[in-house]
Design a protein around this ligand. Sequence first.
Ligand code: MGD
Ligand code: MGD
Ligand code: SF4
Ligand code: MO
Length: 738
Amino acid sequence: MLSITQSTSPGICRICSAHCGVLATVTDGKLTKVTGDPDNPMFKGYTCAKGRALPEIHNNPARLLHSQKRQPDGTYAPVESERAMDEIAALLRELIDRHGPRSVAMYLGTNGLPYPASPLMANAFLRGIESPMFFTANTIDQPGKQIALAAHGHWLGGDVNFNEADSWLLVGTNPIVSKAIGIPGQNPAQRLKEAIGRGMKLIVIDPRRSQTAARAAIHIQPRPGEDASILAAMINLIIREQLCDTEFLAQNVEGFDELAEAVGGFTPEYVAERADVPASQLIDAARLFATYGTRRGMVNCGTGANFAMHGSLLEYLALCLTTICGRWQRAGEPVTRPNTLLPAYTAKAQPLPPYEGWDYGERLRVRGLTDTVSGMPTAALADEILLEGEGQVKALICIGGNPMAAWPDQRKTQRAMEKLELLVTLDTEMSLTSRLAHYVIAPKMQMETPAMTQGSELIKYYAAGTGIPAAYAQYAPRLVEPPPGSDLVEEWQFFLGLAKRMNLTLFFVNFFGGGGGRYMESPPIVLTMDADTDLTTEELFAEMCATARIPLDEVARHPHGKIFDVDAVVQERDPDCMARLDIGNEYLLGDLAVVLAEDFRSARDDAAFPYRLIPRRHPNFMNSSGTNLAGLNRGKPYNPAYMHPDSIAALGAQLGTAVTITSPHDSIPAVLEPDDTLRRDVIAMHHAFGGLVAEDAEFRHRGSNVGRLVPTDIEYDAITGLPRQGNIPVRVTAGIAG
Ligand SMILES: Nc1nc2c(c(=O)[nH]1)N[C@H]1C(S)=C(S)[C@@H](COP(=O)(O)OP(=O)(O)OC[C@H]3O[C@@H](n4cnc5c(=O)[nH]c(N)nc54)[C@H](O)[C@@H]3O)O[C@H]1N2
Ligand SMILES: Nc1nc2c(c(=O)[nH]1)N[C@H]1C(S)=C(S)[C@@H](COP(=O)(O)OP(=O)(O)OC[C@H]3O[C@@H](n4cnc5c(=O)[nH]c(N)nc54)[C@H](O)[C@@H]3O)O[C@H]1N2
Ligand code: SF4
Ligand SMILES: [Mo]
C-alpha cells in the first residue's frame, strides 16, 4: 500500500510586502497547497491568487534546480554552486585588480524582500570590496518618497491609522491590487470596506477607474501627469479658505509662506483645464479632505503618479498637504506602527528636522547624478556599463531583479548587459536577464527558507502610509525541503561564500530607520563575518532580531502570527525640541514653478502622439514573475494594451487587434483589449513583459516591453534620475511595424 505523508503548517507568503500568513500543505516532501490561514489574527484567512500559486511557483518545471554557467557556444550547463563561487570570486578579484572596485556593481530587485538577510549581505559584500556601486529597484520605483522626506523631515509621532480615519487621499496608487501603500496591505479590500462602512470618505486621483477608485466618494479622473498641479490646487484652496491646522503649523512647521506663494498660481479653474476635470470636483475634494469627520487621514501617492515626472515634487506636496492639515499622530494617541520584530522606540509628537537628501557621495559619470537617500540612480547604470573610461562598470551581480524586463530603455539595457565582462544573476529561473548572464545562481525558494515579518515592518521607514499598522509579527520555519537532487544556495550564503574565497571581512549591518541610515530610531546591529563564520539562516535571523521589541523566540511561539499587546502611546514633545518640518523647500518648490511654466496645451494637442501610456499592476503577476504559470496567466501570458472601447472603435480595431505603439523614443507591438474604466486618451499596460530585443515577434506569448518606449536621458528627475515611465506620449497604429 502507498503511504502518503502530509502535513499542513502556518507559513508566510512574501511575494509582496503584505506578508500574508498562510497555511502550507506538504505532501510527500512537496509543497502541494497554500491557502489563507483562518487562525492568523491579522489576515483571517486572506490570500491572493499569487500566494495560492506558491506550490506551482515552487514546482514550476522552469525552475532552476542547479546553477548555470554559460558555455562558449552560448548554451548553459549546470555548474556546482561551490564551483561557481570559486570561479566568480576569482573573476571578481581579477576585475578589481585590473579596474578597481568601482568596476563591480550590484543590482537588487524586488525579490530581496522575501529573504531579509539577502539585501543586507549583498550590501555588506559590496562594502567589503569597497565598491560604492550598489543599486536597487527603488530608484526606478518611487525614489521621490525618500527625497521628499529628507526635505520635509519626519514626524516622530508617526502615521495616522487608516483603520480609524474618516478621510483619505490616494494619488495614482491602487492598493486593492498592489497592497503597497495607503490602505493597509493586509487584506486591503476588506480594510477599505470596513472603513467605508464606518463612514470614511475616500478620494482617489487616477486616470483609470481602478478597483480602488471604484469605491471612492470622489474619484478625480484627470489626464495623467497632472498630480502635482492637482495637489498644488488643493493646497492653494485649503490655504485660501483658511482650513489649515494653524496650531500645528505654528508649533511644528516652517516654510508656510513659501508654500503659499508657490501654489498661488494653481487656481481650481487653471488646474481644471490642465487636468481636464471639473473645477468643482477639485474644490469638493480639497474641502472634504480638509474638513470631513473628526479623525482625518493622510495623502499617499503610488507609482502611477510618481512615474509621470516631478515625482520628488509630488511626494513633497503630498507631505505638505498632510502637514498643513496636521495629519500626524499626536501626543496621547496610540502609535500606529509600534514595531514588533524591530526595536521598541519612543514615539514623540515632534519633528525630526530635514536632512541632506541628495547631491552627495558617489558621483555618476552621466547626467550629474549622485548617490541620494533613495540610493544610486538605477536608470543610469546601463550608461555606467556602456561608457568607456575610468570607473566603467565591468561586472554586475543581479539579485532577484530583472533589468531586461524592468529597466527603462530596453535596447540600451541589452547593449549594456551584453557588454559586461561578468554578469551574474541570482534567480529562480532563466529570466530575460539570466539569458544574457555568464552565471545564474539558483537559490532556494520562499517555503524552503525560514520566514519572518521584520522586512514588512521595516518599510514604514521608507514612506508614510506603508508598513503593518499593528504590533503584529510572525515567524515560520522552513516548511519543505528543496527538490531532491537539487543544488541551491540561499542568496546571503552565496555572498558569504564569495567573501570567504576573497579573504574579506564583512560588516553585516541591520539598521532601523529612514534616510538610508541617516535617520535612526535605534542603533544598528553590526555583525562581523569572515572565513571562520559558520551560521544558519535561523541563527542569523536571531541576530537580526536581537533588539526586537518582542523577542523572536516569543514570536515563534505563535506560529499563526500574533498581534501583541503593546502599550505604545505617542509622548509629548521634548520641552527643548526646536525642530521643525519644512514645507518651503526652495529646490522642490522651484520645480512647481517649472510645472506652472509648462506649455500643457501644446503637449495635450500633439497630433503625433495623441495618447498617454500609463502603468498599472496585474493582480496575478508580481512584475515579471509568474507570467509563465498556467494557474496565474489563465491562458494569457502577455500584457495587453488596454484602451477605452470608443478609442478602439475609433481606430477601426477590436479586441485582439495587433497594433504598434510608438513613443518619441521607440516602438513596441501589442494586443488591444477594451477597458471602459480608462479615459479615452490613455492606454494602460503592465510593465516587465516581452522578450529580448530580437523577440518582438513573440508578443502574443511574451507580451510587450513598456520600458522600450522610455529613454533614460531625455526626461528624467534631476535628483534621482527616474525617467518618465508613465504618462508616455504615444500613438497607436494598426498592424505590426516590420
Ligand atoms: N515601464 C515601467 N517600468 C517599470 C515599472 C513600471 O510600472 N513601468 N515599475 C518599476 C518598479 S516599481 C519596479 S519595483 C521595478 C522592478 O524591477 P525588478 O525587481 O528588476 O524586476 P522583477 O520583475 O520584479 O524581477 C524579479 C526577478 O526575481 C526573480 N525571482 C522570482 N522569485 C525569486 C526568488 O525567490 N529568489 C530570487 N533570487 N529571484 C526570484 C524573477 O524570476 C525575476 O527575474 O520595475 C520598474 N520598471
Ligand atoms: N499584484 C501585484 N502587486 C504588486 C506588484 C505587481 O506587479 N503585481 N508590484 C509591486 C510593486 S514593485 C510596486 S512598486 C507596487 C506599486 O503599487 P501601485 O503604485 O499601487 O501600482 P498600481 O497598482 O499599478 O497603481 C497605480 C495606479 O496609478 C494609476 N496611474 C497611472 N498613471 C497615473 C497618473 O499620471 N496619475 C495618477 N494619479 N494615476 C496614474 C494607474 O491607473 C493605477 O491605477 O505594487 C506592488 N504590488
Ligand atoms: S497579497 Fe502579497 S503576501 Fe499576500 S498572498 Fe498575495 S502576494 Fe502573497
Ligand atoms: Mo516597485
